[in-house]
Design a protein around this ligand. Sequence first.
Ligand code: ZN
Length: 410
Amino acid sequence: MENLRVDGQRLWDSLMEMAKIGATPKGGVCRLTLTDLDKQSRDLFISWCEEAGCRIAVDPVGNIFARRPGRNNKLPPILTGSHLDSQPTGGKFDGAYGVLAGLEVLRTLNEGAVETEAPVEVVVWTNEEGSRYAPAMMGSGVFTGLFTLEDTYAAEDVDGVSFGEALERIGYKGDPVGKPDIGAYFEAHIEQGPILEAEGRTIGVVTGAQGQRWYEVTLTGMEAHAGPTPMARRKDALVGAAEVVRTVNRIGHDFQPDACATVGMMQVHPNSRNVIPGRVFLTIDFRHPDDARLAEMDATLRRELTAIADAAKLELDLKQILDFAATPFDPDCVDAVRKGAERFGYSHRDIISGAGHDAVYVAKIAPAGMIFVPCEDGISHNEIENATREDLAAGCQVLLQAVLDRAGAR
Ligand SMILES: [Zn+2]
């Protein structure tokens, strides 16, 4: 057990083989959920797991579970995995790394003839990306009871094809697998941010995920002719919106370290060059790992937006549409990851996940943890997404150690 080492080259080769499915000319992948390409990637994963001696189960939302039995199969399994779907201009590593690192763990256990106490399962979650069907993380959301199967089946893509139809068409509508009972869940993932690379560290010990609050704002003034209307008489909704953008950005800076604040979308009405804008719709995305700080950001936003609207003689409609509490990961799982990194001498640091991941949903029902590895320039959701063979192997080695730690092995 002491000398059990994952095969970094085999992991890399599997990643490159998987990346051929939906490969784009710029070196990325386009593998939208529940498409023929998604089916191909699932089929390939299953064929590899069957070669590794696993039993396969598919649940009603299309999540795939590949099980390697343990000595005591009454124990809840130790789960690891991620997703195989991608953004339209996605990279080779987002999601696929976590799935194939899980597979590499199973292959390494097989090679070492290691018998774990608890069974080990590699899971592929359906529609993590939320690109073809919203919201994101549907598979883990249904699995953990956050979303209903009914709502999920009814979701439609832009062509009006329902999730249920698409799932059935690719043959991955499975049977109920019973109440989820999980010993622990670990997910390996590229960081999708620049911190590890900038600090020259190999392993991110993920301690939790940020809380998020999303808002929709409508500012209403009055349309008027851009020529005859004197400046003093205007109710220009876009001028108010510009203040809102600056304020949101300033709140992000004021709540450092760790806060993120973004206006990502804006619609100007009537959007005509010689009409004073009468109405602006915009979205705000606030994130912070500490719920108390997030609540302060919220209070600041409400106070300042009211003041902006008053000063600009605008009507303000501020709706909060998402309130996602910060999710700390299980201390024992976090510890297992940290110990794994230390044991193999990998440089590491604690890190908060800025993005959503299936692990965040699983953390609601089971002990969960995540392992981050650096990615080039912190770029992800982009075809040029890249990571090194060595870092990916190191993350996988830590994953193996964490799984063994929780599954128990002789
Ligand atoms: Zn991902």
